[in-house]
Write a protein that binds this ligand. Structure first.
Ligand SMILES: Nc1nc2c(c(=O)[nH]1)N[C@H]1C(S)=C(S)[C@@H](COP(=O)(O)O)O[C@H]1N2
Ligand SMILES: [Mo]
Length: 381
């Protein structure tokens, strides 16, 4: 018999036995109930129960890291803003923290969230629904720094570069060791939903969430929210970094033109049923509250609907609060099942621009932006 490798063992071992966070920069073991998707680098998924909190507690926020967590000395920390700018900046952490600050909730969702639902199975971390969270961030607008650095005429992209580096050896392999980096078009970089955060839920960022400084890009999938931010480079042409060409890209079909490869950017609308969970037995004739959260990208959530017949008929869910832009909204839908048998519950979200979740998976999205309808089956008895 072939002996399992250390990696295989760790992947198959319950979280409580995995000692790897002791080797990483993380000071605490992951919160009980977090789902270990990979131990090196650390990748953790939030359990369904965590959809109950509107504000995601820091220890419940999913972790998605491509490389090992870098150890950064906050006293030696420098943020550089350079490239196609009139005024190159070099700032200490205190310089950044002394800029005008804002505190706002912003949802973060990994572009691969829901990948486990793809058939046939694909490569990549097998996230179920929980590579998402809605914490509160404190930081300064990226625009505040750009105003000081003054992009030159012809500036196109703002490249955010992390302090973490590594080589990806699986195809498509990186050209040796590279830092994690992503760009935003200048127009998006100037928006008020794009912040450089030093605090999450009122406390310092934790090592795995980007200590001491990270970007949070409201409305876009998580890969744009660069952690351990170190350099900001303004460019005069579109950036073609690995994590927006070889990785985190999909196909667009402009009308009348050939398919093009484009970076994954905006979050697509999604509703998740947190209660009841799949395969629950529910009582005939007894009121049941179906509940969950829903979110969208640059347009706020307009509507959540629930179906109790696998998607044939739909009824509007109730919001627990008015949907806030760039955040999730909690919703409920009350139902008294009257007939015994299996029932497929489905929830779907529509945003204010009219984008709605579809029943079928769009293959052009490759392994990203997964928001087709996923039924939750319950048994009425
Ligand atoms: N420097 C750096 N930033 C990064 C990543 C990374 O690996 N390195 N992962 C990105 C991805 S794909 C996601 S989904 C989010 C996850 O942020 P979190 O781990 O704080 O939840 O961080 C993004 N920022
Ligand atoms: Mo991600």
């Amino acid at each position: 018999m072939k002996h399992p490798t250390r990696r295989e063992l760790l992947q198959a071992t319950p979280l409580v036995l995995a000692p790897n966070w002791l080797l990483a920069a993380e000071s605490k073991p992951p919160f009980p109930g977090m789902i270990l998707r990979q131990s090196e680098p650390l990748n953790l998924e939030m359990p369904l129960a965590a959809f109950d909190d509107w504000t995601t507690p820091t220890e419940r926020l999913y972790v998605r890291s491509h490389f090992a967590t870098p150890k950064i000395d906050p006293k030696a920390f420098k943020l550089v803003v350079e490239g196609h700018v009139e005024n190159k900046l070099e700032l200490s952490l205190d310089d950044v923290k002394n800029l005008e600050s804002a505190t706002k909730p912003l949802l973060l969702e990994c572009a691969g969230n829901g990948r486990v639902f793809l058939t046939p199975a694909v490569r990549g971390l097998q996230w179920a629904n929980g590579a998402v969270g809605n914490p509160e961030w404190t930081g300064t607008l990226l625009n505040t720094l750009l105003e000081r650095a003054r992009p030159k005429a012809g500036a196109v992209d703002v490249v955010l570069v992390g302090a973490d580096t590594g080589a990806i050896t699986a195809d498509p392999a990186t050209p040796g060791s590279i830092p994690f980096s992503r760009s935003l078009p200048l127009a998006k970089a100037k928006k008020p939903e794009v912040i450089l955060a030093w605090s999450i839920n009122g406390e310092d960022l934790t090592p795995s969430h980007g200590f001491p400084l990270r970007a949070v890009v409201g409305g876009w999938y998580g890969m744009a929210s660069v952690k351990w931010l170190r350099r900001i480079i303004v460019t005069d042409r579109p950036y073609q970094g690995y994590f927006q060409t070889m990785d985190y890209s999909f196909f667009k079909r402009p009308t009348g033109a050939n398919p093009e490869t484009v970076p994954v950017t905006e979050i697509q609308p999604k509703a998740v049923i947190a209660h009841p969970i799949s395969n629950t037995v529910v009582a005939v004739g007894k009121a049941l509250r179906i509940s969950g959260t829903a979110w969208a990208g640059e347009s706020p959530v307009a509507k959540v609907e629930v179906s109790r017949d696998g998607g044939t008929s739909w009824s509007a869910a109730k919001f627990a609060e008015k949907p806030k832009p760039f955040c999730w909204v909690k919703w409920t839908s009350d139902w008294t099942p009257m007939e015994p048998g299996p029932v497929k519950l489905v929830a779907r979200c529509t945003d204010e621009a009219g984008a709605i979740q579809s029943e079928k998976r769009d293959a052009d999205r490759r392994t990203y932006a997964i928001n087709h309808l996923i039924p939750v089956e319950v048994i009425v008895r």
